[in-house]
Design a protein around this ligand. Structure first.
Ligand SMILES: Cc1ncc(COP(=O)(O)O)c(C=O)c1O
Length: 427
């Protein structure tokens, strides 16, 4: 367990807030990030610390602010949609909830997107998708999931996360990592599972890419194979796009990048550009298995969250955000490859669109990279999340980051990482 209050030289205001946080805020609420940046304001891809330093945001606040912080047009539209809305939940309807639902369904652009359920967090959205699939076939208790995924920390979402499960009905199948096997390997594994549990598997849940495991992006044929297998055995194909939805991979949805049409798509994070909203969209025969009250909770389909969903969709539709992501993607890839070539401790670059992982030689060096990036140079730095899977830096700037901002961030990293000692293993 990490103990002690994080403090940084020359940050009196930030240090004061960190100390007060340690007194009153359960530390389980955050993942460990050695910087514990204390932010007082933000605009676009820039964050300002409470002590007045500027940071270029490589996290999008854990991939929630795809449109960047305080996007003027988004905020204006959001306020407009919110005007006069009641503060309510599931006991009455508002037009904005239906507008958000219809527009979200339409945004998927596939025939299977027929109905939706809302949730207040990604893991609740995953849970609802899984309930729907399990209710459809009460005689099918088995849940297949791709090994090493992250679907959340609660309930069924937690049961299908990671490599082992406390739930005896969960079976993991392999997901291609670096040492990938030929397609036949995955085919054989799937067929063996179907033979072991004939007509007993209700669902298969996967992520487009393994983010939390350290950014592993599979070949297209992998998801296509999963989809074919699900269709052949009447198994609900659930695509967890909590992290990838709304433009991250260079398409509005990652299922488009991978050429599949899932039965249920789960969304969260960037869906409402940082307002707490999640959703499941997909086949009506699955969604309709849940009766009155079976998927209700206080904040799901909250009118203000729905207003934010509509405002975000407006910006995506009007401002060509996905095209902007596509244009920036090769520039980000090239910049990260330059970093890999410059620093022996950067051992791999993996990603697509504007979501990448930079693998670092070891955990302590990865922590040091986050810290030195934050310290930066000349009053400016770069903000990263704490390393994932111990040693992978997530690179996920707002989709609206400009070329100049990206170049500045990379220049800062070249300076900052020159201060990171090369570990013996990487020399
Ligand atoms: C792919 C994926 N699924 C589900 C979740 C869980 O979402 P939440 O933290 O909103 O419950 C996350 C969160 O990081 C995620 O990345």
């Amino acid at each position: 367990m990490t103990t002690g209050v994080i403090q940084h030289n020359g940050e009196p205001k930030g240090n004061n807030i960190r100390k007060r946080a340690a007194n009153v805020l359960g530390r389980g609420l955050s993942t460990y990030t050695p910087t514990q940046a204390v932010i007082s304001k933000a605009q676009g891809s820039t964050l300002w610390t409470v002590d007045g330093r500027e940071l270029i945001d490589m996290s999008s606040g854990v991939l929630v602010s795809n449109l960047g912080h305080n996007h003027a047009k988004f905020e204006a539209k959001y306020a407009e949609y919110c005007a006069e809305l009641p503060r309510t939940s599931y006991n009455m309807l508002t037009a904005i909830q239906i507008e958000a639902t219809e527009r979200l369904i339409h945004s998927l652009g596939i025939g299977k997107a027929e109905k939706a359920l809302w949730a207040a967090s990604g893991s609740e959205g995953v849970q609802k998708a899984m309930w729907a699939a399990l209710h459809r076939h009460p005689d099918r208790p088995i849940m297949a999931a791709t090994r090493g995924g992250f679907h959340g920390k609660k309930g069924l979402a937690a049961d299908v996360t990671g490599e082992t499960s406390p739930n005896p009905n969960v079976r993991f199948i392999s997901f291609p990592l670096d040492d990938d096997q030929p397609k036949e390997f995955y085919e054989r594994e799937l067929e063996a599972l179907a033979e072991e549990f004939p007509n007993r598997i209700a669902l298969l849940i996967t992520e487009p890419y393994l983010g939390a495991k350290g950014s592993f992006h599979p070949p297209k044929w992998y998801h296509q194979l999963l989809q074919e297998w699900c269709a052949a055995h009447d198994i609900a194909f659930i695509f967890d796009e909590v992290q990838s939805c709304h433009g991250r991979t260079g398409e509005m949805y990652a299922f488009q990048s991978y050429g599949v049409e899932p039965d249920l798509v789960v969304m969260g994070k960037g869906l409402a550009n940082g307002e707490p909203a999640a959703a499941v969209v997909g086949r009506a025969d699955l969604i309709d298995t849940l009766d009155y009250g079976e998927a209700s909770d206080t904040f799901s389909a909250n009118p203000r969250a729905c207003a934010a969903v509509c405002a975000a969709l407006d910006i995506f539709e009007e401002d060509g955000v996905v095209a902007q992501c596509q244009a920036m993607a090769p520039k980000l890839a090239a910049a990260l490859e330059d970093l890999r070539d410059a620093f022996p401790f950067v051992t791999a670059v993996r990603g697509e669109g504007l979501v990448y992982g930079l693998e670092i030689a070891d955990g302590p060096t990865a922590q040091r990279c986050v810290l030195e990036a934050y310290r930066g140079a000349g009053g400016k730095g770069v903000h990263f999340l704490g390393p994932l899977a111990q040693k992978v830096l997530r690179v996920s700037p707002p989709l609206v980051i400009t070329e100049a901002e990206l170049e500045e961030a990379v220049a800062l990293l070249h300076d900052a990482w020159a201060r990171v000692e090369v570990p013996a293993a990487a020399r």
